[in-house]
Write a protein that binds this ligand. Sequence first.
Ligand code: FMN
Length: 303
Amino acid sequence: MNNIKLSDEAKDVLEKLISVFPLASRESCRQKIMKGIDYQLLKQSSSEATKDILLKALEETLAKSFEPVILKFKSPEKLSGIVASQKQVDKENPAVRIKRWDIPALNLDVQVKNVFALMASPRKNGNTDCIMDAFLEGISESGCNIEKKYISDLKISPCIGCMACEKKELETFCAIKDDMTDLYRKFIEYDAFVMGFPVYTGRECSQASAFFDRLKALRTKGHFQKLSRKRKGALVVTWGWPSEDSYDHVVENAMFILKLFGMDTAEVVTGSGFWEAYYEKGTARLDKNGMADAKEAGRALVK
Ligand SMILES: Cc1cc2nc3c(=O)[nH]c(=O)nc-3n(C[C@H](O)[C@H](O)[C@H](O)COP(=O)(O)O)c2cc1C
């Protein structure tokens, strides 16, 4: 890897980019990028990495959420344009985008009658909530019973790592006696589970995180069997940066967590661009097609 040749311009960009990372992770980050460059050089039958090759390697190596950092070097004008587009709400051409994911049909033999919706965003009527409501509207057309809860109305303490759930099968599932006991039951018993959360600091908000950690108590022998009944999962996730795939890895991780608890994700709706002027509650509704897609995703979940 050390014999990879970089143009002077590529070297300069690489050093500037690496300096953005904390000292402790720079070397591993450099190694990863160098592997990416190596791959690009092979792909393009080139012997010297130009700035373009480096940028391509960065795009394919780093998580999508690093887009602003890469744009700083690739196209500072584009970066300033994106930042400027968030400063003022343009009702005709809003910088928000709601996307229904195209995921393979689950073909689960589940007749959905009861849906449990859990909103982890602390902002009622915020943008995650708006999109989830469109999703639930689609579900409600089928006449399903929907129960929606806001984590912010409940007491869900973080996992304390006591492992009491491993030692003894607890009726409350977890040694912490709070509103999670009811959520465990709903998570197990309802035919579909819809969870909404915003991205905070590059991952799910801490309310969602606490819920995910507490699910651990279901991975005990007795309780885990209850999760074998097929249920459908769905996610509604939003973030600020106006790129539709910036935090797909966060969504994919949430899907993986649900899978650990026996639930396959059938529908995902994500929303991006909720920052600066678009942070205001309800700006999601400006993307009318996206809201219609969210409603359609709800219909499809219970079909
Ligand atoms: C504490 C905090 C951290 C955030 N971190 C990020 C982030 O890392 N990346 C991002 O794109 N947006 C971030 N955002 C923006 C939110 O994800 C976005 O505005 C989201 O749509 C808010 O959802 P809500 O309307 O349901 O509150 C953050 C917002 C807050 C309040």
